[in-house]
Design a binder for this molecule. Structure first.
Ligand code: NAP
Length: 232
């Protein structure tokens, strides 16, 4: 039974990752800001009794991350798969509109949060079976792939997440854990909007296939949901 942590698990891609993981028999720890309001997650938890543990997790709050990690460590002796999925997109902006507060908040949640979650769970991951840390990033964070103006907040935060992914991948303290960034495609969620190309089911299926197929030599790579390497 694969032991999985998903952040931002109450809606969108995170919720679908939880569903597909429990459908294949995994044990899932579903972090979300307000478990008491996470009705879709509650439904999955009820349908797959014993497989889902819903835990409060605010990824910009160190104490919340620490408490979540303690609760997970109390239930399992090793973690096999961690999806740093939680993120915000506070809109696009031009230079005249950029605000430090928005830049910092977006970077905190989307990039710093992923590092702090990794920090809190690394010891448990190192005790997992073939452990993998998957940072759900975006093509929006690809500096090499950016050919025209797109924005500052979200784009900068995902570029930071990409660099943090490589830092995590090559940090001697994460040895034994395969760390990648992945672009999930353009997905029909609150963030992606209704015009997006992919359903959450298609994207999550791709993410899990890529995660399952990772070998240690994939450490530090940036993939798409289809398993193609993407330029940093
Ligand atoms: N959708 C796309 O087209 C697309 C494209 C490229 C990359 N991505 C990436 O894919 C991932 C999932 O995106 P999505 O489309 O599923 O987004 P979404 O529908 O907006 O869901 C975002 C999730 O993150 C959670 N979250 C936000 N801030 C948080 C915080 N501070 N602490 C804990 N959880 C927090 C939300 O919880 P609340 O309900 O409490 O707000 C929600 O569960 C993100 O990393 C996103 O950047 C998405």
């Amino acid at each position: 039974m694969t032991r999985v942590v998903v952040t931002g698990a109450n809606r969108g891609l995170g919720l679908e990752l939880v569903l597909q993981c429990v459908q294949r028999g995994d044990q899932v720890f579903a972090g979300c800001r307000s478990p008491e309001k996470a009705s879709s997650l509650e439904e999955i938890s009820t349908k797959y009794p014993g497989q889902v543990t819903m835990l409060p997790l605010e990824v910009s709050d160190n104490e919340s991350i620490a408490q979540c990690a303690v609760k997970v460590a109390a239930k399992i002796d090793g973690l096999d798969l961690l999806f740093n999925n939680a993120a915000i997109h506070m809109g696009d902006e031009h230079l005249s509109e950029v605000k430090a507060e928005t830049l910092l908040k977006t970077t905190h949640v989307n990039a710093v949060g992923a590092v702090l979650v990794a920090q809190a769970f690394i010891n448990l991951l190192k005790k997992g079976t073939d452990p993998k840390l998957i940072n759900v990033s975006s093509e929006a964070g690809s500096i090499g792939g950016m050919g025209d103006f797109r924005g500052y907040n979200y784009y900068g935060s995902k570029a930071a997440m990409n660099m943090y992914t490589r830092s995590l991948a090559w940090d001697p303290e994460t040895e034994g854990v395969t760390v990648i960034a992945i672009h999930p495609g353009w997905v029909r969620t609150d963030m992606g909007g209704s015009e997006a190309h992919l359903s959450t089911a298609e994207s999550a299926e791709g993410l899990l296939q890529v995660a399952d197929g990772l070998a240690p030599e994939d450490n530090g790579k940036f993939y798409t949901w289809e398993g193609h390497e993407y330029p940093w």
